[in-house]
Design a protein around this ligand. Structure first.
Ligand SMILES: NC(=O)c1ccc[n+]([C@@H]2O[C@H](COP(=O)([O-])OP(=O)(O)OC[C@H]3O[C@@H](n4cnc5c(N)ncnc54)[C@H](O)[C@@H]3O)[C@@H](O)[C@H]2O)c1
Length: 451
């Protein structure tokens, strides 16, 4: 069935203005009874509405007190004590301090890491700080919950994986779709041949924002613009480069290709059993020109990957969803992942799973089936692993490999050519120009060794 026909039947998910509201308003799930019965036997605690500090749990520091950071800290408060808050913007810090008045406040994350009462660090900064904060935290002996996309470059991911293995700290990547029943069921069914031999995976990601031109402005008082920029190129202050909209600039992000791709492309790797490797070919192109002096990251694009078994993975932006995932056009392709095999298809997104034939979902998996790591609470799984020292569901390597798929897409669309990727060596084959894009120059003093 053509994707347009599939998606036109999809119920609208939400037209609410905020991404958070959207997450909370997912459409009714059609999970089969056999799978729900299994899930009932697994812990599934509900997040409390108000911030709560578990005084008996480990000390937690939040680095990056924007919307996601505060949400992560509320979730972590069920398991630990929020001991420290850190942000380079005092306004953001003050907003978080209202929720956790007993927590110590900091502007420099390195000071947070000196504290003995901090055992766990949540890194919810802008993407270009994830790697240095997580590296510094692990080197200081802390366990880390790091928001997705785990990295800004492929080279950063390799460093994080190496550091995690060396320090033996627990690192959970914040790709919480891994702890969502719909996504796990879809991946288990696909992996166990329910749709036959997989041929193609289609991913739709919300289109980004094509806006501008923007003007420079005086740096607001109590905002450390230089520290916010960190390892990225120093430029004049432009408000739209910072909070929330940082994700539409190549300097700080990969646009929705990494913002949403870190979720949905992660599911592709999981369902294809490729979560610790990746594709072998990638090509792509932007579909629009961006506005001069406006957001730089391509807002509309199409990318195609091929895996070693011949499976084709298409990743495209959709204007049917707003940047936060809300529905703009219910008839257009909605963001999500559609696996197509010889015997049918399965489409999965937040709050919904569908199949070409409902029987594909209804039939229980046999006892001999390959089952995946089961978690129904992403933050809870992290704190369980902090205790048990086991690998969490979205460990450093998985977070790195999922981010890599997105970075490969960005590199292919920015270079505008087809590339061959060696997932073992983690380099492009026979393309020195493309290999230069694996890392970015880090503005001093913010090198890997500086933290
Ligand atoms: N898992 C999810 O579903 C999900 C959803 C939204 C955002 N995110 C991720 O969370 C991260 C934050 O997103 P957001 O929307 O909250 O962004 P935001 O811009 O609102 O917040 C980021 C905060 O980090 C602060 N910051 C920047 N550099 C810092 C540093 N060196 N030290 C301390 N603080 C620093 C900023 O001042 C800002 O307050 C991003 O990586 C994003 O991709 C994940």
């Amino acid at each position: 069935m053509a994707p347009a026909a599939l998606f036109s039947r999809a119920p609208a998910m939400s037209s609410s203005p905020s991404r958070r509201a959207f997450f909370g308003a997912a459409a009714a799930s059609t999970l089969p009874a056999w799978f729900l019965d299994e899930c009932r036997a697994q812990p599934d605690p509900k997040a409390p509405k108000l911030p709560k500090d578990n005084k008996d749990g480990p000390g937690v520091a939040l680095v990056g007190c924007g919307g996601m950071g505060r949400g992560d800290a509320r979730s972590a408060g069920r398991f630990g004590r929020i001991a420290a808050l850190c942000d380079v913007d005092e306004k953001q810090l003050a907003a978080a301090a209202k929720d956790w008045p007993n927590a110590a406040t900091f502007r420099d994350f390195r000071k947070v890491l000196e504290r003995k009462d901090v055992e766990v660090v949540i890194c919810a900064t802008v993407d270009h700080w994830h790697t240095l904060v997580a590296l510094a935290a692990m080197r200081a002996g802390k366990d880390v919950y790091c928001e997705k996309p785990l990295t800004l470059t492929i080279d950063e991911g390799k460093r994080l994986v190496e550091a995690q293995q060396k320090t033996k700290r627990v690192l959970q990547t914040g790709s919480q779709q891994r702890s969502d029943k719909n996504f796990r069921l879809a991946c288990e069914l696909v992996l166990n041949g329910r749709i036959g031999k997989v041929k193609e995976v289609e991913v739709w990601l919300p289109a980004g924002r094509r806006e501008g031109p923007f003007k420079t402005a005086p740096v607001p008082q109590n905002f450390d613009w230089d520290m916010w920029q960190g390892p990225t190129p120093a430029v004049d202050y432009v408000p739209e480069r910072t909070h929330v909209t940082f994700r539409y600039w190549w300097d700080y992000s990969g646009g929705t290709m990494t913002d949403w791709g870190a979720h949905h492309n992660d599911i592709v790797l999981w369902g294809l059993g490729r979560e610790r490797c990746g594709p072998v070919k990638v090509s792509g192109k932007p579909l629009v020109e961006m506005i001069p002096d406006g957001f730089t990251a391509s807002s509309e694009y199409e990318v195609e990957y091929v895996y070693d078994n011949g499976v084709v993975h298409k990743c495209r932006s959709t204007k049917a969803n707003a940047w936060h995932g809300g529905v703009v056009d219910a008839k257009g392709p909605q963001h999500g992942v559609k696996f197509t095999g010889a015997d049918g298809w399965i489409f999965v997104t937040r709050g919904k799973i569908q199949a070409s034939d409902p029987e594909l979902l209804k039939k229980e998996l046999p006892a001999s089936a390959t089952r995946l790591y089961a978690s129904n609470d992403h933050m809870g799984n992290f704190f369980d692993c902090v205790k048990s020292r086991k690998l969490p569901i979205c460990d450093a390597e998985i977070g790195h490999r999922s981010a890599t798929v997105c970075h490969l897409g960005v590199i292919a669309m920015r270079l505008g050519k087809a590339l061959t990727w060696d997932p073992k060596k983690e380099e492009f084959v026979g393309d020195a120009e493309a290999n230069k894009w694996l890392a970015r120059e880090q503005r001093k003093p913010w090198t890997y060794d500086a933290v």
